[in-house]
Design a protein around this ligand. Structure first.
Ligand code: PMP
Length: 412
């Protein structure tokens, strides 16, 4: 699998210099990029990996009988090994390339729709992103299974008592986020997996937000599926991963059919190929898989405890300043939180807050964050959300609140 990596000391300014976009200005003001839960920026090495692939060895993978095809295949499959090592997969066969978290979840749900029966239950939570909710609504509709939604508390934490009570012998599949994109809540994934496994349910973890903030060891977590996107992990858009436990994937119905996913084909029938190709019909997104492999290589070389400590300092500082900010209410105050400060201001609609912050060079996201039912549950139409990544600084957190003062003056 991947090469042994020397950990670099964590120096936020040195990190920032690797991200060309972070030195951009917006209307003459330095860009303060606080929309990392939507997508992260890319280090130069990832950009270079994409350019290098197209410049030196672009070819279709697996089927070519020439040098470029060999090199492209090698890079593409090496990237898969990098991912396998990164999440501690038991085998590279467990790593399926997808277009992102949404597609990863859909692959599982399309298969599940064939396996679920009337009377079966699928358990999700009130804090789902639409990708992990609508998908299960559809799978239940197609199969006749029932969708059960585990409540959250006012602070945005999963109600663990309810979770335990809702699990039963009819629960066939449990799906929940590692980290909530709208609130930053970190779920106790390992504990939830253990409970779900006690009733023999399959477990899917939506790792879109968790993967860049905590080390992920899929074997230790005990889930069956872990879904994540390259673009939230300093990699390209249009690429992601479905990690699936091999014994489960081996039994899972295929989703797309076509070239690359078969062993043999006659005019009458086809026999599916081996993992992971069985779930990768057609020409894959070769360049971006290589780019995502590079991003993970880059990320894996960082000192993760130092990264986590830095991110903790950012969210703690943001929370402290938010609590002291008159007329601001934090939405989502879980005890274990990463990366996200969601809030509403008395004076203004989140969309106005976002607009006025943008005028000051500060990029945040506003709205329901693809979690419309969650906003309803928390009694807000939407929030303003500042989301942090490892390249953000305490000064940028300060800049957010200085800018918010101006917003309040303008709106108040
Ligand atoms: N789940 C969560 C928790 C997310 O934050 C996102 C992206 N906002 C997704 C799923 C979907 O990811 P993608 O758009 O990359 O497929």
């Amino acid at each position: 699998m991947g090469a042994v990596i020397n950990k670099q000391a964590f120096d936020v300014q040195a990190i920032r210099r690797q991200f060309p976009i972070l030195s951009r200005e917006i209307d003459g003001k330095p860009l303060v990029y606080l929309d990392n839960a939507a997508t992260t920026q890319k280090p130069q090495c990832v950009i270079d990996a994409l350019v290098d692939y197209y410049t030196t060895c672009n070819a279709n993978v697996h089927r070519g009988a020439h040098r470029l095809a060999d090199e492209a295949t090698q890079r593409y499959e090496q990237a898969r090994d990098t991912i396998a090592t990164f999440v501690n997969a038991a085998s590279r066969r467990e790593v399926i390339w997808t277009s992102g978290t949404t597609e990863s979840i859909n692959i599982v749900a399309i298969g599940a729709a064939q396996l679920l029966r009337e009377g079966d239950e699928v358990l999700v939570t009130q804090m789902e992103h639409h990708a992990n909710l609508v998908t299960w609504q559809q799978a239940c509709k197609r199969s006749g299974a029932k969708l059960v939604v585990c409540p959250i508390d006012e602070n945005g934490e999963l109600n663990l008592t309810a979770f335990g009570q809702l699990l039963n012998e009819r629960t066939r599949l449990v799906a929940f986020p590692h980290v909530s994109n709208a609130l930053g809540t970190v779920n106790p994934v390992k504990d939830l997996c253990q409970q779900a496994k006690a009733v023999n349910a399959w477990v899917l973890v939506d790792g879109a937000q968790g993967i860049a903030h905590e080390p992920v060891d899929v074997q230790d977590l005990g889930c069956d599926f872990y879904a994540f996107s390259g673009h939230k992990l300093f990699g390209p858009t249009g690429i992601g991963v479905l990690w699936g436990r091999e014994s489960v994937l081996a039994e899972w119905p295929v989703w797309q059919t076509g070239g690359e996913m078969i062993a043999t084909v006659t005019y009458e029938r086809a026999i599916w190929g081996e993992l992971p190709g069985r779930f990768e019909a057609g020409t894959p997104n070769i360049a971006d898989a290589i780019g995502m492999g590079k991003a993970v290589e880059w990320f894996s070389a960082l000192d993760m405890p130092a990264v986590m400590a830095h991110e903790r300092a950012l969210i703690e500082s943001a929370t402290e300043q938010a609590e002291a900010f008159e007329g601001l209410r934090i939405v989502g105050t879980a005890r274990n939180k990463v990366g996200v400060l969601s809030f509403v201001l008395d004076e203004g609609h989140p969309a106005d807050v976002g607009f006025l912050l943008d005028r000051q060079g500060i990029a945040i996201r506003t709205g329901h964050h693809c979690a419309e039912p969650l906003m309803g549950r928390l009694g807000v139409p939407g929030t303003a959300r500042a989301s942090f990544a490892l390249y953000n600084t305490l000064e940028e957190v300060g800049a957010l609140f200085t800018a918010l003062q101006k917003v309040r003056n303008l709106l108040g």
